[in-house]
Design a protein around this ligand. Sequence first.
Ligand code: MG
Length: 403
Amino acid sequence: MKITNARVIVCSPGRNFVTLKIETDQGLSGLGDATLNGRELSVASYLTDHVIPCLIGRDAHQIEDIWQYLYRGAYWRRGPVTMSAIAAVDTALWDLKAKAADMPLYQLLGGRSRTGVMVYGHANGADVERTVEEVLRYKEAGYRAIRAQSGVPGLNSVYGVGRGTMFYEPADADLPSEHDWSSEKYLLHAPKLFEQVRQAVGPDIHLLHDVHHRLTPIEAARLGKALEPFHLFWMEDATPAENQESFRLIRRHTTTPIAVGEIFNSIWDCKGLIEEQLIDYIRTTVVHAGGITHLRRIADFASMYQVRTGCHGATDLSPVCMGAALHFDLWVPNFGIQEYMRHTDETDAVFPHAYEFRDGFMFPGEAPGHGVQIDEALAAKYPYRRAYLPVNRQAHDGTLWHW
Ligand SMILES: [Mg+2]
């Protein structure tokens, strides 16, 4: 099955997405997500200018060899742009191979290991009361796992709190908007939030919380300890993870499970975290961590240390990534949970998909491949619009902080 053509489709049905389409001499085509939030066109260029010329004429079945060719062959390894581009090619090739076999992708990975993919939703509100209401709405909608985020008294805007409900989209400005931050205010507030949320939902719902890299390791340890009575499923991205060793400090002080990895690109970003059992969940995604081929390598390594998967699934990952992730999740033996933030109706119309949500679980569907298509004519009606994530500053003196 020879690759005859490949092209990048950039569209913005509600938000920006970059999609790679690979075509073959057998009339089959495969799709891969290449979206890198706020830096979309850099991956589009990487693919169009540097990767696609190397793909034409290759055998689409040689997924592993093409992965190695793009990874080793670039000389410059890793990084979000490179790994998102490789992921797009890899995802499209897995889609093609599964279509050629006339099977849903999970069958090629080894078949299903479970009946469905448990997902968590993102409940948010301006204050504790409204967040509790939202958490209860998610419970009503059938979710078994809910991440709760709330505004913090004294801060004008905080990660995870949007304008609407059942939906959250932070990349909403032509130039980065500025948020303010206070770890002190947040650390006083977060335990009060979870006291109320746990009381309202009862003991059986899994509760999660995203710190979004805001705390230092010792502050993260303090928060994990304070949240122990509310038995969270996980505390997400408690501190930046460039220094993997810093997680030892958190681990030493709390039994709250720790999840990290949504911005990781490679197994090397989490090698120490996994082999020292400093985390409980690894959150790398299909699109930002080199595709199915590399994600499978990370998951297999993690399974040796009882670290489970919890793929990132925010709205900035396209339905193509979600479809591929759900096939991966249905198969991967050490599955933990999958994040699921709903896309807008506009996005879903451009990317018709076989996956569906039912009773707290997602199902990738039985369509051959990963089951996600793109309506190119409709996509063309939504041209790219520059959009950035916010930046964050310390409230008391304006020092730039982690967003
Ligand atoms: Mg997160």
